[in-house]
Each structure stands twice: as C-alpha cells, then as structure tokens.
Design a protein around this ligand. Sequence first.
Ligand SMILES: *Cc1c(COP(=O)(O)O)cnc(C)c1O
Length: 379
Amino acid sequence: MKFNTKLIHGGISEDQETGAVSIPIYRSSTFHQHKLGAEPKWEYARTGNPTRNALESLIADIEDGKRGFAFASGSAAIHAVFSLFSNGDHIIIGNDVYGGTFRLVNKVLKRFGLEFTVVDTRDLTAVKNAIQENTKAIYFETPTNPLLKITDIKAIADIAKDNNLKTIVDNTFATPYNQNPLTLGVDIVVHSATKYLGGHSDVVAGLAVTNDDEIADELAFLQNSIGSVLGPDDSWLLMRGIKTLGVRMRVHQENAQAVYDYLANNDKVAKIYYPGNPDSTGYEIAKKQMSGFGAMISFELQAGLDAKRFVESLNLIDLAESLGGIESLIEVPAVMTHSSIPREIRLKNGIKDELIRLSVGLEDESDLLNDLKQAFAKI
Ligand SMILES: *Cc1c(COP(=O)(O)O)cnc(C)c1O
C-alpha cells in the first residue's frame, strides 16, 4: 500500500466484530472474561482498548514501524519514551527542541537522575564529542520549532549505531507525510498528534512508534505502568483526522509555498526561515530526507517595524499558539510559545524578539495573501 491508501486502510481498517468501516468508540473501562485466567485479549482499558488499539496500529503503519502507542498528549508520549532510561544514563538532546520538552528534561527528569547534554545536532562533530561512557540515546527534532533547522537524520542514526545508542526523533513538524525517520535508522519516533495528525485543533494527543520488538515491549509496559493513555473518544477523533493527512498536507504546502514566495519578495521582511528556502543551510538535507517542506514559516521584520502591531492587524489569520490545524495560526515566540526560555538563552539560540511564526492553514491562497498584505500596509 502507498501512503495515502495506508491513511485510509492501514492499521485495522474496519471493526473486526461488526465490519463497521469507522472503528466504533469502545467506551468501556473493563471487559467480560469468559473463563477465569484465560488471558483474554481485552481486560482493562488502560492496558488496551480496541479503539485506541486501532489508532496505534494505524500510526505504526504510516510511520513504517512495528508498533505504535497512544498517549494523552505529545508531552506524555515523550515522558514515556524518556522513562526507558534510568538514573545515571546520559542523553544527547537537540538545542532547539520544543519548550515543553526542555521543561520536562530540566525540571522533572533531571530530578530522577537522568543526565542531558544540549547540542546543535546539525553539527555531527559536536554530537560525536558529546558522547560519554554513560550515553544511551540521541533525541532531536527536524525541522525544529521555531527556526526550522534541519538535522541529517541518517547521519545521526549512523553515529548512534556506531556507538550503540538509541535515536529518538520528534517528527511533529514534518509529519509522516513528509518524512519517516524509522526508515532512516531511527529507533523511536514521537509525535504531538495535537498538531498535523489531528489537524483540526480539536484534540490533544501524543504518539510513539518503534520498529524494535524489545523497545516495543518496554514501551507497552511503561504505557500501562505510567498510565497516561489516550481515551477512546480522542483516539477516534485522531483516526478521523489522520485519514485526511495527505490531502491536507498537499494544500498546506501549496499555500505555504505561496506565502513564502510573497514574503521572500517583501521589503519589510528581513529574514525567512523555511526548509524550502533554497538559500538556507538545511535545504539540501531537507530535499534529501523530506518529500515536502511542510507548512511552517518563521520570519523577522526589518528592524524598527512593529511585530505586535503586525500580528494584531491580521483579520483572518488567528493570533494563537499551536500549529498544524486547518486554520492559519500566527504567533510571536518570544512572547508566547518560547517565553519560558530566559531571554539571553533565547537570543543566543537565534529567537529574536521580532521573530514571527506562521502555521499556514487551508484557507484560499488569495485570502491568506490579502490578509498579510493589509497587515503589512499597517506597519
Ligand atoms: C506541541 C509539541 C509537543 C508537545 O505536545 P503536546 O501534545 O502539546 O503535549 C512536542 N513536540 C513538538 C514539536 C510540539 O510542537
């Protein structure tokens, strides 16, 4: 099966009990056991629920993995994956990962004795130099948020294999439509399914996928032990969203290219971050490992122009956090999504006060461009 067919027919494409083509929402916390001690397929819904199970099979299929796991949020998925490691283990982590992942690492996991070194994973020498005796894994995102930096996935996975480390990639921004890290040698993929996979800004969910049986068994154990599972209603909603990922991504990306072309020829824009920008350092790697450039664009206004006035002047494009939904969303990372990072560190990482991040939605291209034009006219 090819990708778009898999989105519709992958995993468990119809209900095994009734043949319903839309997998029913099995809203039951426990299941009748016909014989005592016979190890039934379904026993208690934290351990396994047929609706969640259908979603988990689907994400495993579309990420080219063996097993998938659904969690109450992307953060919960990331927490479960880091729980594979133990007190005294060391993990190399990308320097531009999601703010909530840094918070989890610095304020929670370090208290349990996990050690981390933050590295720009685009720099392969820096990654190699960060490996210690107790290093167990390399964790990163590509493209990153909000600067859309591109890391060579296969190159990192090769370094990891040479050193007996696991590789973990947060594939939220690219989506499996554009990039399948497991096929490039990565061991575990995580997603905030709240974003493109759900796609309609109506569900918070997380997913993890692996193609390694041993890791899968451990993740199943952790998912059940920690218990941050996704409920059957949200599992259903997420499957419904995933079915249209292909058609949505196609239009997301067409619109993003049009917005990029407009911004690239705009005197009021000083700098644009977009993996499809041919002048960007990651362009060749992005072309190699992604089938499309995604629909996230960040840009800086010329010095002296008012970013606040610009984003507040938009009528159609929503000033809001989050991304990957059908509606276009715009935000100022320094004030919104990345405000918890101390300003000094933020500036050092290249996130200026006037940086604007745009998640390009599915509206008509001309309406999006007209909204941008009228907002630029006001600054
Ligand atoms: C939003 C996001 C997360 C966290 O996911 P939640 O579903 O909000 O918990 C993790 N990684 C990336 C790249 C994200 O954008």
